[in-house]
Design a protein. Sequence first.
Length: 102
Amino acid sequence: MSAWRRRADGIEIAVRVTARGSRDVLGAGTDEHFAARLSAPPVDGAANAALVALVAERFGVPRRAVRLVAGDTARLKRLAVSGDAQKLEQIARSLYGGTHDG
């Protein structure tokens, strides 16, 4: 899977998470995933909740529009982001500096 792909109701993104960082950041990773650094620890779902909040903020959607699809306990996660797919793809592209096509 590339870093993101279009879905009927939005996009799906792949994210590699590093927990216990100094701040919450979402940005370009590799061709296969975004990179997220989270200040939350990876215990009791805290990092997953922080990731959902961060993705919602960066994509300009409510938290309820972001859903963890796979990777609940893994570092590599897939999330579904519901909304206007074209607008969400533009935001994803901007996080990569416009050099990646999903």
